[in-house]
Write a protein that binds this ligand. Sequence first.
Ligand code: SF4
Length: 695
Amino acid sequence: MTHPASTTIRTTCAYCGVGCGVLATPDGKGGLAIAGDPDHPANRGRLCVKGAALGETIGHEGRLLAPSIDGREAGWDEALDLVANQFSRTIAEHGPDSVAFYVSGQLLTEDYYVANKLMKGFIGSGNIDTNSRLCMASSVAGHRRAFGTDTVPGLYEDIELADTVVLVGSNLAWCHPVLFQRLAAAREARPDMRVIVIDPRRTVTCDIADLHLEIEPGADAELFNLLLSEIAARGMIRDRDLEGLDEAVAAARLSKGARTGLRPEQIAAFLDLWLASDKVVTVYSQGVNQSDNGTDKVNAILNCHLATGRIGHPAMGPFSVTGQPNAMGGREVGGLANTLACHLDIDDPGHRHAVQEFWRAPRMTVGPGLKAVDMFRAVEIGKIKALWIICTNPAVSMPEADRVARAIAKCDFVVVSDIMARTDTTRLAHVLLPATGWGEKDGTVTNSERRISRQRRVLAPAGQARDDWWIISQVGRRMGWYKAFAWDDPSEIFAEHAALSAVAGALGSDFDISDHARLSRTDYDGMEPFLWPQSPRKRGGRFFADGRYHTQSGKGRMIAVSSQEPRATAAEYPYRLNTGRVRDHWHSMTRSGLSPRLARHMAEPFLELHPMDATRLGLGPATLAEVESAHGQAVLRVLVTDRVQQGHPFAPIHWTGETAPTGRIDALVPAVTDPLSGQPASKSAPIAIRQFAAG
Ligand code: SF4
């Protein structure tokens, strides 16, 4: 134990992007008592069931406890030397773009920063992408189109203060539970508040909705185009100093209500409620982002807020809520293949030069690298010859997961850093490196409202596990860049990141945490959760109140969003599978699966099927269905429910080859992506369904 058993440590939850503060108290027997931190602004003492069960997930069962090479245990020095030598040799023979890192929105900011610095500044390639590509890349692309930067304007308190809260493609009750609790409490306290849910499914979130719009899947942009058209028709355009305003309105006028699948009176109710008050917050999540037109959907929402000036002030604005605990921190360090540190622009030579100078980097990437789907395609065809997968499980979570697993298996050299010994991905590694997990790690995360909080070490590392920042730094040093990766402590990395933010600020970036550029370890230990930006000019955490944006013209940019025709379904795959999370599991359950309490909620993979579909297919409740797509098969327990629409069943994503070999849902999902963001369209997989015939 790092701390005496009587010491309560303030830390941050391991799971979703709400970023709740947690009080963890060692019980002296290796366990932890968990409570919500009443002083953390994100949750004010609340926790959801996953956060409350964190103490049940800290055992060493299934943990990767020592480095290994080709299945035999190895020492750290041998393993790190091999990784460094193999990456150096591959780069020398085939160039910097022959290697890649695939990382995670669950890394801490310090880990993320070091991985990004090594790949983009020292190896000299943009080939570092993250599983956050699967969760919020369309929001990043939409923000950059509209604002000129990936700036998230909203704060959680806006959701409580709004007169109307619209949730689009967001099952907030299950995926961001404490934020939902805050919304539900505000709704209870303020009878005039209205909540609208736009979702093809009738989820638990609808329990507090005044209006549920069971929209045709994929038609969100159409609905927000109707809204923009109505805004123009009612003369409610307040900000005329916008780029692309006329074109966006003209495109919006082509929208047809029928395409949304909603009745005219439902659409009218939506328009009236959205337009009734300035205090409107539109929250959106994976149902918007995970589409082949996800970026257009995002911009259709942003258009309405820009046109009406409902942005940059309390109680109003668009609000993209992030799925993972540090998806936002990853954006800050430039952890996506097409982004640069501190929200700088990787396509701008001046920005790249400034970062290179700051890092004293020998060879800076000359531009963006490969996004996740393209990265694994490059692995498949042998273009990527050395791959390092850190803190994620792409062999189960990428679309066309079987194909991705086969590609990784063929790769010349695969390194996997993980907390668990056996996952669908670790079994494909040549070198396995044991990483510290939640409770053992020490660093920072940023939540959906841009609030940076500390995750603090409460427990001793399991076995020989080491922090990800340390592992990556050791490889950087052994590749010859000792000085650039010579940190001894995560506080030094955070201070460097903060110092770089001052450079970025001078180039116009919003990301500014430069107050922390000289912080000491003691400052880091005592760090309270804080919102960025911190510079005196921008302090307060709100953007765009003055109508100025980060585009070249300084104006907000409206985007003309075209109507998209309904997707045709092929005769052999007549159903469209919607995928997502359930309340009590997290990703591939490596942590949440350790808690018996959480496992009880949903014990096995399932398929939610509309009663008419179930009847047509001859599938009764609790029978087994065989589900097939062009890319894979699954066998799932049938749940007959009218919460889903006909033709649009739902299945959760959490089961893996280790926990339910026939329940791997991303094996069914095609690797179709949004052309702008590269985010896979995981909400719409064409499938066939039949009765399962055993044997
Ligand atoms: Fe953790 Fe999210 Fe639950 Fe908060 S809402 S306790 S961050 S899982």
